[in-house]
Design a protein. Structure first.
Length: 346
């Protein structure tokens, strides 16, 4: 009798062991078999407060997961179910359940991008942010005062203080948090590069360097000319010559600018008219990129004090006013002599 019971017990253990082995094999096989996702993929949104059970239920209802209990067991064994990151996840036809669980635990959410373009004004930046559908818009108004207050620098003028770059972010990032990333990136870059500047520069503070970099950014058509243009402006400042930069005039005109600068615009006195006033304008006129800042901190040496657009993105550089005037007639006026800002017809 005892022998019969022992045989039955051993048989039961063998059956249980075989069943456990089969379950282990089935679970391992399932965890490493691709999800049932269409070739177009599936976007899983994990909102605040979500837990693994709810997520697995949603995927089971969507027929993407057929054996969610296996993921619960796997997550518990590996400690992957306690921390699930909020955001959007891109599920692909090649992804396995084990990979999905790992991405949920590590927070590998879908990243969107915003590119801030060198030479944009602050107003153009804010228009771009306001129209973005993936950011969370938290500001009740987008005035410079409101934005800088939200960033913790209420008395700061915002023009030029945001780094032009491409930024990646998850859906739902707030507009203020995004702007702070760009704002801090510019502050950090200036703080790093200012101590490495060339000696004898006419700019005396990082903010003055930022102002001049914004002008260089707007004046430059070819990347290789940035340091040359920065050199021209640096020498003009050192010689106490007016910068005579058209982009500063355009910025000062604001909405009055309709694509053309007239003589009366050059003669109109305002803080941004560098044809009328010496030195730098009071603020940057655009968002400069890293290369423009580097050019201002390390301008190219030379004797050129003037430059004029050749109409193909490049410029002709001159050391004397006479040579510059001839270049203006050649490249801008097509050989015709007529009055312009630095030339008077005799």
């Amino acid at each position: 009798m005892k022998a019969s019971l022992l045989r039955v017990g051993n048989l039961s253990l063998l059956v249980l062991a075989a069943l456990a082995a089969w379950l282990w094999y089935d679970m391992d096989n399932y965890l490493h078999t691709p999800l049932q996702v269409s070739p177009e993929g599936y976007v899983l949104e994990v909102p605040m407060g979500s837990h693994l059970t709810r997520i697995l239920h949603e995927l089971n209802q969507a027929r993407i997961l057929t054996k969610p209990v296996y993921l619960k067991i796997y997550a518990r064994w590996h400690g992957l179910g306690d921390k699930i990151h909020v955001g959007e996840y891109q599920l692909t036809a090649e992804m396995t359940p084990a990979q999905l669980l790992k991405e949920l635990h590590e927070g590998k959410v879908i990243q969107y991008s915003i590119t801030i373009v060198e030479g944009w004004t602050f107003a153009q930046l804010i228009d771009h942010i306001k129209s973005n559908p993936y950011l969370k818009h938290t500001l009740s108004e987008y005035t410079p005062q409101a934005i800088m207050t939200a960033l913790g620098d209420a008395d700061m003028q915002p023009e030029g203080r945001f780094m032009a770059d491409t930024y990646f972010y998850p859906r739902g990032l707030s507009d203020v948090d995004f702007l702070k990333r760009s704002y801090d990136a510019m502050a950090t870059y200036l703080a790093q590069k200012w101590p490495e500047r060339d000696v004898g520069l006419p700019v005396k503070t990082p903010y003055e360097a930022l102002i001049l970099a914004s002008i260089v950014e707007k004046e430059t058509g070819l990347a290789e000319e940035r340091a040359m243009i920065a050199g021209v402006f640096s020498r003009r400042l050192q010689k106490r010559m007016r910068l005579q930069s058209d982009p500063t005039v355009i910025y000062g005109m604001g909405e009055q600018y309709q694509g053309n600068i007239r003589r009366r615009d050059l003669n109109a006195d305002n803080p941004y008219n560098t044809y009328q006033r010496f030195g730098l304008p009071p603020t940057p006129i655009a968002l400069p990129g890293r290369d423009a800042i580097d050019a201002v901190l390390h301008p190219q040496e030379g004797d050129a004090l003037y430059f004029v657009s050749k109409g193909d993105g490049s410029h002709y550089f001159s050391a004397t006013l006479e040579e510059h005037n001839e270049a203006v007639i050649r490249y801008q006026l097509k050989g015709r002599k007529k009055p312009f800002s630095s030339y008077k017809v005799q």
